[in-house]
Design a protein around this ligand. Structure first.
Ligand code: ADP
Ligand code: MG
Length: 654
């Protein structure tokens, strides 16, 4: 399929060396390295020759070239004749031109036309007028000229030194009138018109969407067949009656979605998305009740000990009759707990990633719930899911994943949204503060502590080698300015130490200085002040999440964003917008998808052509196509899909 570069005319060892540095090793690599942009040398017609317009002229040189070395910049002037008029050309910094251009020669010259001076301020001159390539690709490969690359690519196509197979099934090529794969690349490298480029991009966008969805869909469990779940509806109804409040409309919808999944003949793969405090916990519990009613176990994995404990306490209260086990790194009698899990002493096991260890075995695991899914790697999640016989999985997240991303990675039908909050809380007063105004914050903290409230201070790093505002430096600042107890918590402390600190903080009005580890789930009703140092380091969603740690019981609360002026536009969005989803969309635009899906997941979301914000339609179409394709029983063996299957095996490895 590939040819080495040294077999290509015009590529010497030096160029090949440079190409390798750009990670181009074969002809195939070179073809996939598409132009960054294009220069348009389409020849203008007479009507385009207007004052101050940019034109490209095919013209006769009618005077010798005059160099003017004495101005601020070196300039060269000469006359050309075009459309029966004489125009003076000026071009800067091209000393060598006077050796290359002679009176009486045809050239192509590009620049801005000045009508009254009959002058062209030229930026480009092309000497090879026979070259009918009017659109010139710009590759921007370091130390290799675009000309050399264009020539090499032309000879690769001419001498068939590369094989580019069609990998999109013919039915889709026909349906959407796409150009073939080889044609798309040929058009990108040697376009005859801009519509050539458009057609190529349209095809390659579809291709990228197609392979994205192939990966996404095959990661889902829809192809894992199982019998519909035969839960006991009366058991569930009588549990719902014990819940001390009525479910909100969105919560009911989410529960319905889950139960509809249970009735299907394949495993559930569902994301419950809802801002902090939207009531995901009880929805998950109602799902858990279904498997418990059919004598299966359920497991709930949380990202930290703290959250696992909190979850355990909540569920104990909501469902006192349920046998719930807690397994974290610090479970006292672990051996016994592990035995009891296996012998089905517990219906529900709540824990941290301690749950994924091989020695933790379940008796009949029918549902996996993963809280704050993006806090775990794909492997961790899969290790837990693999322990269940049915592979049903429910993801909960308070990070509002932008709609576009959620649909793309979970599929339209697999996302339940809880938008409405059960208790409307007072909005949190969000203020942007520069470093020279910190006294405002210190005064406010003193006031709040007197009211017996709690204060969080968040910094982006632990030590000073990374950023100015870190646990060390801010601790010093706070002890200097505040006559209040200050506790510290960060990820490098032992878990036990973290929990002791949290307890002490809760016990009396005080300040907790922390890294973003407090961003998820921590719930202290009397916390009313959040101060975030170096706020420019965080995504808007993350800041929103941190802000959600205060004002949890309706007490008037404040969030201070400490940063320098340069970031003010972005941060001011936070004082205006209280909708996590809207903020998430800004993050997606500004920071890309990594914030939402975790690094290992967003890796495959790097595209050359596809724009996940703009190309939603293409992605949706590709998703449907892939679903239908994979539903064909003989997909893996059908000769029609030979190259596609090979490509899948070699490239996306599913
Ligand atoms: P999340 O996990 O989505 O952040 P929780 O499930 O912890 O939110 O719910 C937040 C608070 O709202 C909890 O104290 C819970 O008891 C309460 N709650 C949940 N659903 C309702 C409801 N429908 N009506 C009233 N209160 C609710
Ligand atoms: Mg929760």
């Amino acid at each position: 399929m590939e040819t080495k570069l040294n077999q290509i005319k015009g590529l010497g060892p030096k160029t090949i060396y440079k190409l390798r540095q750009a990670n181009i090793w074969s002809t195939y690599d070179l073809i996939l390295h598409v132009p960054k942009s294009y220069k348009d040398f389409s020849i203008s017609n007479p009507s385009e020759l207007k004052h101050e317009s940019r034109v490209t002229l095919h013209a006769l040189v009618t005077s010798p070239l005059m160099n003017n070395p004495y101005g601020k910049v070196f300039s060269t002037t000469f006359d050309i004749k075009v459309f029966d008029q004489v125009i003076k050309v000026i071009i800067f910094n091209r000393k060598y031109l006077s050796k290359q251009i002679k009176e009486g020669q045809m050239i192509i010259v590009q620049g801005v036309y000045h009508l009254y001076r009959q002058q062209l301020l030229a930026t480009e001159i092309k000497l090879n007028v026979d070259d009918n390539q009017s659109i010139q690709p710009l590759y921007k490969i370091k130390d290799v000229s675009d000309y050399v690359i264009s020539k090499a690519i032309a000879s690769i196509f001419q001498d068939e030194k590369v094989q580019i197979f069609e990998i999109i099934p013919e039915e889709f090529i026909k349906r959407y009138k796409l150009v073939s794969r080889v044609e798309a690349y040929r058009n990108l490298h040697m376009p005859k018109s801009f519509s050539d480029i458009e057609q190529a991009v349209r095809r390659l966008k579809y291709e990228e969407a197609f392979f994205l969805e192939l990966k996404v869909v095959s990661d889902q469990s829809i192809f894992i067949k199982r019998k519909p779940k035969t839960y006991d509806i009366n058991y569930i109804k009588s549990f719902i009656q014990t819940i001390p409040y009525e479910l909100t409309f969105d919560q009911k919808q989410a529960v319905n979605d889950i139960y509809r999944d249970f009735k299907k003949d394949h495993a559930m793969f569902r994301l419950i998305q809802g801002d902090v405090g939207s009531g995901k916990t009880v929805v998950a519990l109602i799902a858990i009740m279904a498997v418990v009613s059919m004598h299966e176990q359920a497991v709930f994995m949380a990202p930290t000990n703290l959250l696992a404990n909190q979850q355990y306490e909540t569920y104990k209260k909501l469902a006192p009759k349920l046998n719930i086990g807690l397994l974290t790194q610090k479970t006292p009698n672990k051996t016994q707990m592990i035995k009891d899990i296996k012998s089905h002493q517990y219906d529900l096991i709540i824990g941290t990633h301690a749950l994924i260890e091989d020695y933790v075995e379940f008796s009949n695991l029918g549902l996996v719930v993963i809280d704050e899914q993006h806090k775990f790697g794909v492997d961790t999640r899969n290790q837990l899911i693999d322990k269940s016989h049915s592979k049903d999985v429910l993801y909960l997240t308070a990070t509002p994943i932008p709609r576009t991303l959620a649909m793309m990675t979970f599929g339209q039908q697999n996302v339940s949204l809880i938008k409405e909050k059960p208790q409307q809380k007072a909005p949190i007063d969000t203020q942007y503060v520069t470093k020279d105004k910190l006294s405002v914050i210190f005064n406010h903290i003193h006031k709040e502590i007197k009211l017996n409230h709690h204060v969080y201070v968040v910094v982006p790093a632990i030590t000073s080698d990374k950023v100015d505002d870190n646990i060390e430096s801010v601790y010093e600042l706070l002890t200097h300015k505040l006559d209040i107890d200050i506790y510290m918590i960060h990820g490098q402390m032992k878990k036990q130490q973290q929990e002791d600190t949290m307890q002490k903080f809760k016990d009396k009005p005080s300040v907790l200085l922390a890294t973003t580890m407090i961003e998820v789930g921590i719930d202290i009703p009397t916390a009313t002040t959040m101060v975030i140092f170096s706020a420019e380091f965080f995504g808007l969603s993350q800041l929103h999440q941190l802000r959600g740690r205060v004002g949890r019981s309706g007490l008037a609360s404040t969030c201070y964003l400490v940063s320098e002026k340069s970031d003010i536009d972005r941060l001011e969005l936070l004082s205006r917008i209280d909708d996590g989803f809207e903020l998430a969309n800004y993050d997606l635009k500004i920071r890309g998808p990594g914030d939402f899906l975790g690094k290992d997941q967003s890796g495959y979301l790097k595209f050359h052509f596809l724009d996940i914000m703009q190309d939603q339609k293409i992605i949706n179409i590709a998703q449907k196509d892939v679903l239908n394709l994979l539903k064909q029983k003989d997909f893996k063996t059908n000769y029609k899909y030979k190259y596609l299957n090979r490509y899948i095996k070699e490239t996306i490895k599913i």
